[in-house]
Design a protein around this ligand. Structure first.
Ligand code: GUN
Ligand code: ZN
Length: 432
């Protein structure tokens, strides 16, 4: 049972950041052999409890919860950095052609290996991911996540209209495939399934109805989709579903708003939409680097806070421009500043950090499971090096508070800060 001695960042249940400059993290296996946090806090207070145990000292490093990415596209690994004149041309010009390649299982396996490695290299230990419309893409992704013992939620994209050959699926078969994938993967070790309609414009009402029926049959399965990202997209959705009060209401009408339903973007909302998010228990995956890259708009943090619906941060690779959570937190800060968010919204770096760890886990219904290092949590964590570059060393060396330290990491940091990502698995510790 390893005991780590290092600076330690974690969060109280109410989101308050807890920081011990000289901290102790003790982890040990549960009945299933999965490593969990046994104790976390100040070294001085906890060390007597672990006298005689082997200690792993990590001087100059910070242990922090593994990051949680609430929205990312596995088959868009090779789409990243492809500019276009807005969302819809970007889908046509870059995204669908790349996703077509996932008809080949060999390609799925090769990209899955890279994608999971890249998440882990960037400190992301839990993700909610889109596959492509090909069931084999999801099989490949889950197989690789399982091999790495990573907590991953994913689903096959449903898109049976307004999509080119090669990515368009067939209504009946797509629902049968989804059902089979739920049976095959949901609840297997650390894996979970998400019913995944791409967005309302590319699904027939029949496909959305079928997705809602599957969601009702499997209340502990997740749902993921996109909503109100781009003004042209909103206009298109409204034209296709004229009877619905709003774009978001389309999903409501098909039973696709509920707990464990995660909607990316949620930008072009009115207050009735925000109230519906809260009332239904659906949450938003906020994707600031994607929204800036595609020119989609700006998530309204203040109105989301006022309405009281849940949200957390996400990369949205390949619309998003980085796998790195530090980059996403910085983009979130830029967006919130650009909107001149009133003091009601807390722009502190500890809050941004929470939104990409414990806050994102809470939004996914995984509070107390991942995204934190409180006793009982699965022991997924990152080892951060606050001196990873000369400028970081200089700036973090002068940090006089936790906020200054975290801000320097967010503004100046990148993947070089993530020295190691430790996944809660027996294998890692067996030889350590
Ligand atoms: N809306 C529908 N599909 C997509 C996608 O792949 N990425 C983003 N950002 N928005 C979408
Ligand atoms: Zn997306």
């Amino acid at each position: 049972m390893p005991v780590y001695r290092s600076a330690l960042l974690r969060f109280a249940d109410d989101g308050t950041a807890l920081y011990d400059e000289d901290g102790l993290l003790a982890v040990g296996p549960d009945a299933q052999g999965r490593q969990r946090v046994l104790a976390a806090g100040a070294w001085q207070a906890l060390a007597p409890r672990y006298a005689g145990q082997p200690v792993v000292p990590l001087p100059g490093r910070i242990l922090a919860p593994g990051f949680v990415d609430m929205h990312i596209h596995f088959p868009q690994t090779d789409v990243i950095a492809s500019p276009a004149d807005g969302l819809l041309p970007w889908l046509e010009q870059h995204t669908y052609p790349q996703e077509t390649r996932f008809a080949a299982p060999g390609h799925c396996a090769q990209v899955a290996q890279f994608f999971i490695a890249e998440l882990l290299r960037n400190g992301v230990s839990t993700a909610l991911a889109f596959g492509s419309s090909h069931p084999a893409s999801v099989d490949a992704l889950f197989a690789e996540a399982r091999r790495q013992q990573m907590r991953l939620i994913a689903g096959k994209v449903l898109q049976d209209r307004h999509s080119p050959d090669g990515v368009r699926d067939q209504t009946g078969q797509s629902l049968l495939d989804t059902q089979a994938l739920i049976r095959r993967w949901h609840g297997v070790e650390r894996l979970g399934y998400a019913i995944t309609p791409r967005f309302a414009p590319t699904s027939t009402p029949e496909q959305l109805r079928g997705a809602g029926e599957l969601a009702a049959l499997h209340p502990d399965v997740w749902i993921q989709s996109h909503v109100a990202e781009n003004r042209h997209e909103v206009r298109w959705a409204r034209a296709l579903f004229p009877a619905a009060r709003s774009y978001l209401a389309v999903y409501h009408g098909f039973g696709l708003l509920r707990q464990r339903a995660v909607y990316a973007h949620c930008i072009h909302f009115d207050d009735e939409d925000r109230a519906l998010m809260r009332a239904s228990g659906a949450v938003a995956a906020v994707c600031p680097s994607s929204n800036l890259f595609l020119g989609s708009g700006f998530f309204d943090y203040a109105r989301a806070e006022r309405a009281g619906f849940g949200y957390g941060l996400a990369s949205d690779v390949g619309g998003g421009s980085s796998f790195c959570p530090l980059h996403t937190m910085l983009a979130a800060y830029y967006v919130a500043r650009a909107r001149r968010v009133p003091p009601a919204f807390d722009l502190s770096p500890r809050r941004l950090w929470w939104l990409h760890t414990a806050g994102a886990a809470k939004a996914l219904g995984l509070a107390g499971v991942v995204g934190n290092l409180q006793p009982g949590c699965e022991a997924d964590f990152v080892v951060l090096n606050p001196r990873a570059t000369p400028l970081l060393e200089r700036r973090t060396g002068q940090a006089a508070s936790l906020d200054e330290l975290l801000f320097a990491l967010i503004v100046l940091g990148d993947d070089r800060v993530i020295e190691r990502t430790v996944i809660s698995q027996a294998k890692y510790y067996a030889g350590a």
